[in-house]
Design a protein around this ligand. Structure first.
Ligand code: HEM
Length: 493
């Protein structure tokens, strides 16, 4: 053998050894989570786990999960599981530091969300720390039931909500005017957060301006921090900044609480808001609620009540403007309402809002197609058997509602924005759950729909909307355009 040949063989040998070491290490590392979480459950349990892949040590499948969200196709994470393991509708994985199952079948999802005996709220620990130990997600079942009854009744059902129409209308009209008077384009996402924040703070605290707009930024940090890739409380990390933001919000709410308590004592005839219901409420032992509980409840409602609403409103606007014929049909419906209105009437009535049939289909279609919120989190209280699969005690369950909202077997052409698909269509049980199901069903669904209906009315009748970067990609976890939907709003001639 010539020395040239020998050199050549040696290079091949080294390359083969490196490839072998890589494959061995890769295979070994990939098995660690499987051993750690799965094998130790024992043969009987582990053989009945849903199919799937537990990912890498420590990070699980977070990288591919985040990558899917940062791509233009957040569903690719689930589609990949379906492609690899078939349409079982339930897959094992490891996300947000926990062994988990992802559920994307409507029947299973409904079973899980309505089963309080075997499942409890199971949001990532980062979110729980930011929402507080005594938040709606952390309190006992009986406390949760009692406080929900107290707070959900005044914001549920159109009758109860009709008293807020004027207030929401004022906020919408003045915001639209302000945007149109702006000579430069606005960040539509940021502006919508301000609107929904003003509505929710007015309802809950009695004042639309109780917190400065910088508070919305603090809320934004808490929201993003709740789903941090690395939830470590170390300067420089998002989670650290989110915890600091939480402190600022807690202090702001505490000051408002003190002021409100003082003013209520001073003037018992003051217009009541949710905060007053909480101040007057008593716990199971007949004691007044602790400030910590009231603050965490308010913090949760103010966050849940404005972030998601703003995200959906942004997509509703985008979808309508991307489909001029649908936009025209919605606009005509609004024009008809104005035509039928007696000249003496000022502003929208509840009856008129009820007549917005096509608009309401466009809103439903936005809920379905926007994929917001992308998941609901639960935790198995014990080993649970579902459709022949075991969900082990302590494992998290991510109910992937955006999955079945875009399932082509349930919604043909699922990526098409088609409000007419809701003509005479009542979805089968569990197939449409933008507000969840069971004892934690969103208490703010009717309020959000009311906000959208009022907004659409004034917006389409009087303004034009033009996006500056229509191809801007989508960001996680807000699922809104990365440029915050920079847009120009102008008054129609
Ligand atoms: C487009 C708007 C909205 C969407 C899509 C939405 C969606 C949801 C979903 C899916 C849940 C269920 C979470 C679970 O089961 O763990 C939920 C819970 C919740 N939502 Fe909403 N929501 C919206 C607007 C609002 C508004 C306006 C409020 C404020 C009044 C609100 C307050 C809450 C609260 C407090 C919870 C927790 C309920 C509980 O744990 O009992 N949401 N929301």
């Amino acid at each position: 053998m010539t020395s040239k040949n020998m050199e050549f063989n040696l290079v091949w040998l080294i390359l083969a050894a490196m490839a072998g070491a890589y494959v061995f290490l890769f295979g070994f590392l990939k098995q660690i989570n499987e051993w750690h979480y799965v094998i130790r459950l024992g043969r009987k349990k582990h053989s009945s786990l849903p199919p799937g892949d537990m990912g890498w040590p420590f990070i699980g499948n977070m990288i591919s999960f985040f990558r899917a969200f940062r791509s233009r196709d957040p569903d690719s994470f689930i589609n990949n599981l379906v492609h690899r393991y078939g349409r079982t509708g339930i897959y094992k994985t490891s996300l947000f530091g926990n062994p988990s199952v992802i559920v994307c079948s409507p029947e299973l999802s409904r079973k899980i969300l309505t089963d309080d005996e075997r499942f409890e709220a199971g949001y990532p620990s980062s979110l729980m720390k930011l929402f507080g130990r005594k938040s709606f997600l952390g309190i006992t079942k009986s406390e949760h039931r009692r406080l929900r009854k107290l707070l959900a009744a005044p914001i549920n059902g159109h009758e109860a909500l009709s008293m807020y129409i004027r207030c929401i209308e004022d906020i919408m009209i003045s915001s639209l005017e302000e945007w149109a008077n702006n000579t430069s384009p606005i960040e539509y996402v940021t502006e919508w957060k301000k609107i929904s924040f003003r509505v929710i703070t007015k309802l809950f605290t009695g004042s639309a301006d109780f917190m400065s707009e910088s508070m919305i930024e603090q809320y934004g940090l808490v929201f993003r921090g709740a789903f941090s890739l690395l939830p470590v409380d170390v300067p420089g990390f998002l989670f650290h900044r989110a915890l600091k933001a939480r402190k600022i919000l807690v202090n702001g709410i505490q000051s408002h609480l003190d002021e409100r308590r003082y003013r209520n004592g001073d003037d018992p005839n003051i217009e009541k808001a949710m905060i007053d219901l909480l101040l007057e409420a008593k716990d199971n032992d007949g004691e007044k609620l602790e400030d910590e509980l009231i603050i965490n409840i308010l913090l949760g409602f103010l966050l849940a009540g404005h972030e998601t609403t703003a995200q959906v409103a942004v997509w509703l606007t985008i979808y309508l403007h991307d489909h001029p014929e649908i936009l025209q049909a919605v606009k005509e419906e609004q024009e008809e309402i104005v035509k039928r209105r007696p000249s003496s009437q000022k502003g929208l009535t509840l009856n008129e809002i009820r007549q917005m049939e096509y608009t309401s289909k466009a809103i439903n279609e936005t809920f379905r197609i926007s994929g917001i919120p992308w998941a609901i989190f639960r935790k198995a209280k014990n080993d649970v058997k579902l459709d022949g699969f075991t969900i082990p005690k302590g494992w998290k369950v991510m109910v992937w509602i955006r999955g079945f909202h875009k399932d082509s077997e349930i919604y043909p052409n699922p990526n098409e924005f088609l409000p007419s698909r809701w003509d005479n269509h009542t979805p089968k049980s569990g197939c449409f759950m933008p507000f969840g199901a069971g004892s934690r069903t969103c208490p703010g669904g009717d309020l959000a729909k009311l906000e959208f209906s009022i907004f659409i009315h004034y917006f389409l009748l009087n303004y034009r909307f033009e996006r500056i970067n229509p191809k801007s990609p989508v960001k996680f976890p807000a699922a809104t355009p990365t440029d915050n939907c920079v847009a120009r709003i102008s008054k129609l001639p």
